[in-house]
Design a protein around this ligand. Structure first.
Ligand code: SAH
Length: 364
């Protein structure tokens, strides 16, 4: 058992079983023993690899989409370029290199990074120093005036979920408990929970598992409220689908999926994003919601193949193949192209964000 795991066992013995969201918050966010507290989890030597680390085209195309929106808005100055959970800062570094020739874009921009990890803030500072970023612990301290162009890749999946299991008596919450040997295990709440579910989820069979994320809905509502009030656009990319059914709570350590209860604080804990719930939370806050569309479709529309052809020109064969295989990983249905989805938010009465069609607006 890990040092954090031992503390969790002691806490559960003292106060009783713990819900998955509390467990996740401690495992990821504990300032000393938490997963994101001290380490850089990205890359080949780390636990997982993300799209911007796989291909420079990812950040470049998103950067151009953001700059296009800025031009469509009439070049507002100042505006805030915001990233939630920027990792190593690679997406923004690629985005800002690609937009260097958009006259006035960098000069009007204030770079705002929402990041809790000190280790990753240091990486971001290295990658983005010339653009003078300002860091925030959460969205609450972002400036309240001026439009936001916001991007978040693999950020929503780290926000905690709670799970419920359908029993004869109704929905019971899945909780984490500790046995006599000091091992963590799963149990169900003694009481049933009155859940406000849509008809499809309410009709799920016995033993079905559903996942709800109040934390994710709250973040979506906050982003949406700001986009509606301050103007701009948000682009959210993550793995997931469009319903709450299924157990997707997962841990990854050293590029392997492991049992989420075995290495508390030493493995990344995530779950699939329910984009329907996320979109509804945003729509309620009064913003236009677009998508989700698959990552493969979105990057195709933004011109990833054209960008690839330009990049490989004049390169040796080994480099060409490397560039091509990166792009393939991002867009192939068997790799990240289909599991990953893209959703965008924009104020009502504005044109669809770059990469989206008018009929992809929620409720259109
Ligand atoms: N977007 C990056 C990194 C994804 S990993 C990429 O695509 O490579 C998740 C990121 O979110 C990390 O930067 C992590 O430190 C950050 N993070 C995790 N929990 C957070 C929280 N509660 N608030 C802000 N940032 C958080």
């Amino acid at each position: 058992m890990t040092p954090l795991g031992e503390r969790l066992v002691a806490q559960i013995r003292a106060t009783g079983p713990m819900d998955l969201a509390s467990f996740t918050t401690l495992c990821l966010g504990h300032p000393v023993l938490g997963y994101y507290g001290s380490r850089d989890p990205l890359g080949v030597a780390g636990d997982f690899v993300t799209a911007p680390e796989i291909s420079q085209t990812f950040g470049e195309l998103i950067g151009l989409a953001l700059a296009q929106r800025w031009l469509d808005l009439g070049r507002p100055a100042p505006f805030h370029l915001v990233e939630l959970g920027p990792g190593r800062g690679t997406l923004l570094a690629d985005a800002l290199r690609a937009t260097a020739t958009v006259a006035g874009f960098h000069g009007s921009m204030k770079l705002q990074l929402v990041e809790t990890s000190p280790a990753l803030r240091a990486r971001q500072a290295q990658a983005l120093t010339e653009h003078g970023p300002v860091w925030h612990e959460d969205l609450a301290s972002l400036p309240g005036d001026g439009p936001l162009l916001l991007v978040a890749n693999e950020f929503l999946d780290v926000l905690p979920i709670r799970q419920y299991v359908r029993t004869e008596q109704g929905w019971r919450e899945r909780l984490i408990t500790a046995d006599q040997d000091g091992e963590l295990g799963l149990t169900l709440s003694a009481r049933t929970m009155p859940l406000d579910l849509d008809p499809a989820a309410a009709a799920l069979p016995l033993n079905a598992v559903i996942e709800l994320s109040p934390a994710r809905s709250a973040v979506m509502a906050e982003i949406a409220g700001r986009i509606a009030g301050q103007g701009g656009m948000a682009v959210l990319i993550d793995y997931g689908g469009s319903d709450p059914a299924g157990d997707t709570f997962q841990a990854v350590k050293g590029h392997e999926k492991i049992d989420p209860l075995t290495f508390p604080g030493e493995a990344d804990l995530t779950s699939h994003v329910d984009f329907r719930a996320a979109g509804l939370a945003a729509a309620k806050a009064g913003v236009g919601v677009f998508g989700p569309v698959t990552q493969g479709e979105y990057l195709g529309r933004l011109g990833i193949m054209t960008r690839l052809f330009a990049l490989v020109r004049g390169r040796d064969q080994a480099r060409m193949l490397e560039l091509e295989s990166g792009v393939r990983r991002l867009i192939d249905p068997d790799a990240m192209g289909e599991l990953f989805k893209v959703m965008a938010l924009a104020p009502h009465d504005t044109p669809p964000p770059p990469g989206f069609l008018a009929e992809e607006r929620l409720g259109a």
